[in-house]
Design a protein around this ligand. Structure first.
Ligand SMILES: Cc1cc2nc3c(=O)[nH]c(=O)nc-3n(C[C@H](O)[C@H](O)[C@H](O)COP(=O)(O)OP(=O)(O)OC[C@H]3O[C@@H](n4cnc5c(N)ncnc54)[C@H](O)[C@@H]3O)c2cc1C
Length: 415
């Protein structure tokens, strides 16, 4: 286990980080990034500018694209408190993430660190940290969403490899990904959760076809993936055969942590609701002119504070190993629902000024930008309450695994 640093060591580390960031983060890499400025890695990705490349390379040299991973796997070996300090200092200066925390960095990576063999870690983790390989997540199927343990995609044991047949759906970014991690059925006769394995599959091979699904926004953020006689080498089985449910569930916890960070209220202009309210509604006697909206804004601000305090509490508890892993469901649920409420409230505050559709989401450096993007952001905030397990499923998990209530659901297994 990594040694937790003392307060003095952390203070010194903070000063070093601050100084390094100030000297090395190009000015153009500070402040909110438009969607096409985010670097996501993978064989098909290019940098949006020379400075984006320089920023990525400088961070990579420090091991700070995956700061908490051990050095031999492409990270910097920082302790959790140090990673937190780095994030805080990057946020303070407005530094953009050099590499997006996507399915590789934030989901598969931590699962591999826990369940992968040494050879699997050495093969896959450094390539993620270096942005060389982009991953997508092959969990959902047409008949297996909330009821994830119902996956039917079949992987047949062929001796030295598996042969996969089936389909995956709602696979984010499958059209630009290099590899896919999949939950597959390796024993059709075993109980629902027992016959599932966790496989890594190279998408650059015959038999893999990807069909983008067009959304109401006109974007195609996710796809259906068809796997026809696709090969996965035996050494790309993570964990034991037929024990993939354990790996898959842990990965979901990492996904939910990621989702709660995406849904974090500090992101984008939705963070500054009071300012938005002052601007669009105006003040009367020092108070927001509309009493109903005033109450809603105040309520939302309080909820945001409560969430942040709860996150801090969980972080402190985690240091002593006391945290319940299922608590990630609480943060996923609360952060994404709150984000949705806040966008709803922004629409109410902005009124007809919020009808723009021109900007892609998160391109929100000013309220003028926000006017052109808030409706898309509001629509996308609904998607975040579904992706990674819907809000209803998170409530089931909280009831069952956090509060210890009796299980009255059948089938809902994305928990
Ligand atoms: C933006 C986005 C990105 C996604 N990306 C990926 C990806 O990359 N890879 C991937 O594998 N999947 C991905 N998904 C799929 C996502 O995991 C599923 O949509 C989600 O798990 C819900 O499954 P479903 O769509 O089949 O809905 P269903 O399971 O059919 O659920 C329909 C409704 O019924 C409710 N419901 C179902 N069961 C219960 C129950 N037991 N108790 C109470 N309510 C219940 C649900 O909450 C929901 O409201 C993505 C989804 C979105 C929106």
């Amino acid at each position: 286990m990594k040694r937790v640093k003392t307060v003095n060591e952390l203070t010194e580390f903070r000063q070093q980080v601050r100084q390094w960031l100030e000297q090395n983060c190009p000015v153009s890499m500070r402040g909110a990034a438009a969607l096409d400025e985010i670097y996501r890695g993978g064989s098909r990705e290019t940098f949006s500018s020379d400075e984006a490349k320089l920023w990525f390379e400088r961070m990579l040299d420090k091991g700070w694209t995956a700061p908490g991973w051990p050095k031999q796997y492409g990270g910097a070996g920082l302790s959790d408190p140090q990673v937190k300090v780095l994030k805080q200092e990057m946020k303070r200066l407005g530094c953009r993430a050099p590499l997006e925390a996507g399915q590789g960095l934030a989901m598969l990576g931590p699962a591999l660190l826990e369940f992968g063999t040494e050879q699997q870690k050495l093969e896959h983790l450094p390539r993620i940290a270096r942005g060389e390989v982009r991953w997508c997540q092959g969990y959902s199927e047409p008949g297996a969403g909330s009821d994830l343990a119902n996956v039917q995609c079949r992987a047949k044991d062929m001796g030295d490899h598996f042969l996969i047949n089936g389909t995956k759906i709602w696979t984010s970014n499958a059209d630009v990904a290099d590899w896919i991690f999949c939950l597959v059925r390796t024993d059709p006769d075993a109980g629902k959760q027992e016959g599932i394995s966790f496989l890594l599959v190279d998408m650059a091979q015959p038999g893999v076809s990807v069909k983008p699904i067009e959304l109401i926004s006109g974007d195609s953020d996710f796809c259906q993936v068809f796997l026809d006689d696709v090969r996965a080498e035996k050494h790309n089985l993570i964990g034991e055969i037929n024990q993939g449910w354990t790996v898959g569930k842990r990965l979901l916890q990492h996904e939910r942590t990621l989702m709660s960070e995406i849904g974090d209220l500090s992101m984008g202009a939705a963070s500054d609701l009071p300012e938005c309210a002052r601007l669009y509604i105006g003040l009367e006697n020092g108070k927001l002119a509309e009493s109903q909206l005033r109450m809603r804004v105040a309520q939302s601000e309080m909820n945001s504070q409560v969430l942040q305090l709860a996150q801090r509490k969980a972080f402190e508890e985690a240091k002593s190993g006391r945290v319940n892993p299922a608590a990630t469901s609480f943060f996923k649920y609360y952060a994404t629902e709150q984000q949705s409420v806040r966008y709803e409230l922004m629409l109410a505050l902005m009124g007809e000024r919020a009808l723009g559709w021109e900007h892609k989401r998160m391109d929100v450096s000013s309220f003028e930008d926000q006017e052109l993007s808030v409706t898309r952001n509001w629509a996308f905030s609904k998607a975040l309450t579904i992706a990674g397990g819907s809000s209803e499923i998170q409530l089931n998990v909280i009831a069952k695994r956090v509060l210890g209530l009796p299980d009255r659901t059948e089938g809902a297994n994305k928990s």
